[in-house]
Design a binder for this molecule. Structure first.
Ligand code: NAP
Length: 290
């Protein structure tokens, strides 16, 4: 007879009535969302399960139709589908519309509603992990992709005064700044052409790193150590880290945090959309760390 060790994971219980939530992306093999959401469902004894599906862009439309055909409760959407999924949905939440990207789909009686929980997830994580308020501050955002757009919308909704965008492709940053100026005209939106031309760091309350730089162990910090100062709050979306930027922030004594908190909070908001229940945030955080 074999005995299960204490650390063996509990078996996922799938019944005839189990509601399925999908993760649609390409690739998805590295994702920790299945362990986070399945732990959350199990801890509240909810008859749901979360399953990753690797979906190529050419198959996305069929995959979305499959969510309806198979009666899935919903899905998470990740790279590279967050924008291209929009035409296949019936409705968008106001935040998904503002950001122009969807990371969560909820099926309600055959209708697919697209949400974006990255913005509020970021805002909660940033304020909780750095203890710095967004309201009235000036922020530097590195990147102009989907995650950076969610961060910028979050900063605008959170009451920031000004946002400076630095992106590898400057025309993309300029285009984004023009769009955000139209949407949030009370904020001061500016673009820098390179990080070497940045205003002094004392102008900023915080820096948010929203590019994949730092995902590889040897990636350098996108900002030089001697530009940082100890009164900045530095948030790096990359997870798990710590990235070179966060190590530099630590060295100068600045408040800093990596993307774990955002991952947990965007997931918790998605969990509540699918289940109508308050998410067990501590369980989700522990599942990611485990
Ligand atoms: P994306 O839409 O592909 O955008 C990537 C952005 O990074 C673009 O602005 C791109 O610049 C820039 N970039 C890419 N490679 C670069 C390089 N080598 N040097 C400088 N800039 C570079 O990706 P995304 O969805 O925004 O995701 C960005 C990062 O955020 C990823 O690492 C992702 O894992 C992370 N993220 C974390 C969370 C969380 O919960 N913690 C949530 C969402 C995303 P160009 O415009 O010039 O191409």
């Amino acid at each position: 007879m074999t005995t299960r060790s204490r650390s063996a994971p509990a078996l996922l219980r799938v019944t005839g009535t189990t509601r399925v939530v999908a993760l649609l992306g390409d690739p998805v093999g590295h994702s920790r969302s299945p362990q986070m959401h399945n732990a959350a469902f199990a801890s509240l004894n909810l008859d749901y399960c979360y399953v990753p599906f690797s979906v190529r862009p050419s198959a996305l439309r069929l995959a979305i139709r499959g969510l309806v055909a198979l009666g899935f409760a919903g899905a998470n959407v990740t790279i590279p589908h967050k924008e291209r999924v929009i035409p296949y949905l019936d409705e968008l939440s106001p935040e998904a519309r503002l950001i122009g990207a969807v990371n969560t789909i909820h099926q309600r009686e055959g209708r697919l509603v697209g949400h974006n929980t990255d913005a509020r997830g970021f805002l909660r994580a940033f304020q909780e992990d750095t203890n710095v308020s967004v309201r009235g501050g000036q922020f530097l955002v590195l990147g102009a992709g989907g995650a950076a757009r969610a961060v910028m919308v979050a900063l605008a909704l959170g009451g920031a005064r000004a946002v400076t965008i630095a992106n590898r492709s400057v025309p993309k940053a300029r285009h984004l700044a023009r769009r955000l100026r139209r949407l949030f005209s009370s904020l001061d939106w500016s673009v820098v052409t390179s990080t070497s031309g940045l205003p002094p760091s004392c102008f900023f309350r915080g820096v948010i790193q929203a590019t994949p730089v730092g995902m590889k162990v040897n990636d350098p910090s996108p900002l030089p150590l001697d530009w940082l100062n100890r009164s900045l709050a530095v948030y790096d979306l990359v997870y798990p880290g710590p990235t070179a930027l966060l190590r530099a922030a630590e060295e100068v004594g600045a408040r800093h945090a990596g993307g774990l908190g955002m991952l947990v909070h965007q997931g918790a908001l998605a969990f509540s959309i699918w289940t109508g229940r308050r998410a067990p945030i501590d369980v989700m955080r522990r599942a990611l760390l485990g």
